[in-house]
Ligand binder design. Structure first.
Ligand SMILES: Nc1nc2c(ncn2[C@@H]2O[C@H](COP(=O)(O)OP(=O)(O)OP(=O)(O)O)[C@@H](O)[C@H]2O)c(=O)[nH]1
Ligand SMILES: [Mg+2]
Length: 305
């Protein structure tokens, strides 16, 4: 096997590879875990509510109650956040916004989960069961903030977190008082292979390990997309003159490099450094709050499932 293939996630420098074995195993594991829980909390990235969805979760979990949590809502556009929630609610799908770093929206998750499980709890209590509790499994793509969300709900650092994909290695139950138990799971990347745009979106936000990506190519693509979504934010962040003219998006990346002093000998722009700056600043929200997938841009008929 070629050494630049990230076997675990199924991505390679050449593009995206599909490992049926990986998918089949992940699917089996979720199916097994699903039997042990009352409900599923699917954590999405609010910047990419479509690409971050698990495309086969419906098939796997059947009618088991599911709560969608759009995490990292602090990095996504506020208006688009509200539009997505309205969109899900209209379709009878429970959905909430959270920022797990600050804890915004976290209590709503607990409240909503209890509400969704009200009947089950009442039934158990009427049968005399003491301390009836809800068991919920947290699923989602790598690095979306599953463990951070759990820690915030728990009010303590119970699950390991980190600013890179693949931090949680195995399932772990986190017991929160008597009423709620959460199952933290390792992020699974459900390859949306048929959709190159989704794959790029996953790469922009840092779901895919950087070592397996061509960051310069990715940065040029991100420039192209940001120009379409909100040109102004890009110009403002990098102090690009309004009348700066260019033929190709890579020339804009070059200008960003110049503005940031990423120059090597011969007055050439250091593209690698520039690409790193752009991607890092996008990921941390420094360019602004940006939603890459809006309902309008993709059409309401496809919500990412
Ligand atoms: N801005 C922002 N960052 C967040 C939020 N939630 C989590 N993060 C950050 O995202 C990174 C990943 O968080 P984790 O909780 O480790 O993600 P995970 O989904 O458990 O990742 P895996 O275990 O790799 O699947 C960390 O650096 C967190 O601080 C959020 O709501 N907003
Ligand atoms: Mg984790």
């Amino acid at each position: 096997m070629s050494k630049d293939i990230d076997n675990e996630k199924g991505f390679s420098k050449a593009g995206i590879n599909y490992y049926p074995g990986h998918m089949a195993r992940a699917r089996r594991e979720i199916e097994e875990d699903c039997k042990k829980v009352d409900m599923i909390i699917e954590v999405l990235d609010a910047r990419i509510p479509m690409a971050s969805r698990n495309p086969i979760l419906n098939e796997i979990i059947g009618t088991k109650p599911r709560l969608l949590v759009l995490n990292k809502s602090d990095l996504a556009d506020e208006v688009e956040n509200q539009k997505w929630i309205a969109y899900y609610n209209k379709r009878g799908q429970e959905a909430l916004l959270t920022d797990s770093n600050t804890g915004k929206g976290i209590q709503d998750v607990v409240k909503k989960a209890s509400e969704m499980m009200k009947n089950k709890i009442e039934k158990e209590q009427s049968r005399g069961k003491i301390g009836a509790s809800i068991k919920a499994m947290i699923v989602g793509i790598p690095n979306v903030g599953k463990s951070t969300l759990i820690n915030k709900i728990a009010g303590k650092q119970t699950a390991e977190t980190g600013n890179k994909p693949g931090v949680t290695r195995k399932n772990q139950w986190i017991r929160l008082a008597d009423t709620l138990q959460l199952l933290d799971t390792p992020g699974v990347l459900w390859p949306k292979l048929d959709n190159e745009l989704y794959a790029k979106h996953l790469a922009y936000i840092g779901t895919i390990k950087d070592e397996v990506l061509d960051r310069e190519e990715l940065a040029v693509d991100l420039v192209k997309e940001l120009l379409k979504i909100n040109e102004k934010l890009l110009y403002q962040r990098y102090k690009i003159a309004e009348d700066f003219s260019y033929d190709m998006p890579y020339e804009l990346l070059e200008e960003i490099g110049r503005k940031r002093g990423c120059i090597v000998k011969g007055n050439e722009v250091d593209y690698t450094r520039t690409a790193n700056i752009l991607l890092d600043e996008f990921r941390s929200g420094k360019i602004g709050r940006i939603t890459l997938e809006t309902i309008l841009s993709e059409g309401a008929k496809n919500d990412g499932e």
